[in-house]
Design a binder for this molecule. Structure first.
Ligand code: G6P
Length: 370
């Protein structure tokens, strides 16, 4: 096993470090880095259905559901199509209204999650078009879809999903951009800019992994005995707040809650005192001023501020007790970078507490029973 881990202590950290390569693999043969064009043959197969679709319904569980939530923001912004994001387990047991004009996107690392699979079978029986974003080639979910895109993250062993998530995001953003191209809802300038930024992702992820590792380790050491964490983000970073909190729960057994930063006033703010670490995902974007004022609100109540911020953001850096900077990029891309420090933070908190992060108690890599 030591050899399989390639010199790393755990599969999880190995997989975190494999992310630049995983992103490259998920874009290979799709994004042309010189021409700045994107080809998604899976999407071409359902192009007509997509252009007629009344809406897109995304169905997933766990971390894959978080990828779906971010995709809702991307697809609605770029392609102006209505998107709904559903927990597969809820979707399958209610009586959802599905018609042949609906396109369902299933997101699954394993391709074997029972709830997701059954939800798709039901939607298919009602005539919907099923599109898969799956990692494991030839898996059950991959086989029942009408078309799809493999994420090509490679074999993921750690129970807490990292590189599979990053490639889901890369593929979903590609999906949104291609759909926007089909529907003529994106300018060629913005399209090229985003393609270029996507192409730069592996090197930017790499720089976070090398430059922030030590400071994140120190932050983890400082807060590893906290009883609870709050993760807050807005807009594109809201799904990242949810994923950051899930990651911490999974492998450190510390209670953590992800919330939309503004919504905290309706509940979680009651928990804030000098013992509560609050992780803000506060990169420079259209809601930056808003999140800065949310940070001030937590600070006024003596909460401990840990912030993921864009480089040179003096305002956010000045407010935070501890901060992690990430490279500048377009606001649509920044959530893909922002999750990297949160993965490392959970890893170091979990290992600092002596937990076997590759096999946390009670969790399974693939949930094939409902
Ligand atoms: C389990 C795993 C998670 C994963 C979820 C959905 O809970 O531990 O890491 O996100 O299932 O799995 P899927 O394979 O469908 O993405």
């Amino acid at each position: 096993a030591a050899i399989e881990k390639g010199g790393y202590d755990h599969f999880m950290i190995k997989e975190i470090y494999e992310q630049p390569q995983a992103i490259t693999d998920s874009l290979r043969g799709r994004l042309d880095p010189i021409e700045l064009t994107l080809r998604l043959s899976g999407l071409e197969k359902i192009k007509d259905k997509l252009l007629q679709a009344r809406r897109i319904i995304i169905v997933a569980c766990g971390t894959s559901w978080h990828a779906g939530l971010l995709a809702e923001y991307w697809i609605e912004e770029l392609a102006r199509v209505n998107v709904e994001v559903e927990y597969a387990s809820e979707f399958r047991y209610r009586n959802p209204i599905i018609t042949p004009e609906d396109v369902i996107i299933a997101i699954s690392q394993s391709g074997e999650t029972a709830d997701t699979l059954v939800a798709l079978e039901k939607a298919k029986a009602q005539g919907a078009t099923i599109f898969g974003i799956v990692n494991v080639v030839g898996s059950s979910i991959a086989r029942i879809t009408d078309a799809g895109i493999y994420t090509h993250a490679g074999h993921e062993i750690g129970v807490a999903s990292t590189k599979a998530f990053i490639t889901q995001l890369t593929v979903l953003l590609s999906f949104a951009l291609k759909l926007a191209e089909y529907r003529n809802t994106i300018s060629p300038e913005l399209q090229k800019q985003l393609f270029k930024e996507m192409n730069d992702l592996p090197s930017k992820v790499e720089s976070i992994l090398t430059e922030s590792k030590d400071s994140i380790k120190q932050i983890a050491e400082k807060y590893k005995n906290a009883g609870s964490f709050l993760y807050l983000g807005r807009g594109y970073n809201f799904p990242i707040a949810l994923e950051g909190a899930l990651k911490l729960k999974e492998i450190s057994y510390i209670h953590a809650e992800g919330y939309p930063a503004a919504e905290m006033k309706h509940g979680p703010i009651a928990l804030v005192d000098e013992n509560l670490p609050v992780v803000f995902i506060a990169t420079k974007d259209r809601v930056h001023e808003k999140i800065i004022s949310n940070m001030q609100e937590i600070k006024a109540r003596r909460g401990k501020l840990i912030a993921v911020v864009s480089q040179n953001d003096q305002l956010a850096l000045g407010l935070a007790d501890d901060s992690i900077t990430i490279p500048e990029t377009h606001e649509l891309i920044s959530p893909i970078l922002a999750v990297i420090p949160l993965q490392l933070l959970s890893y170091y908190v979990g290992t600092g507490r002596g937990i076997d992060v590759d096999k946390p108690r009670n969790l399974a890599k693939s949930v094939t029973v409902e």
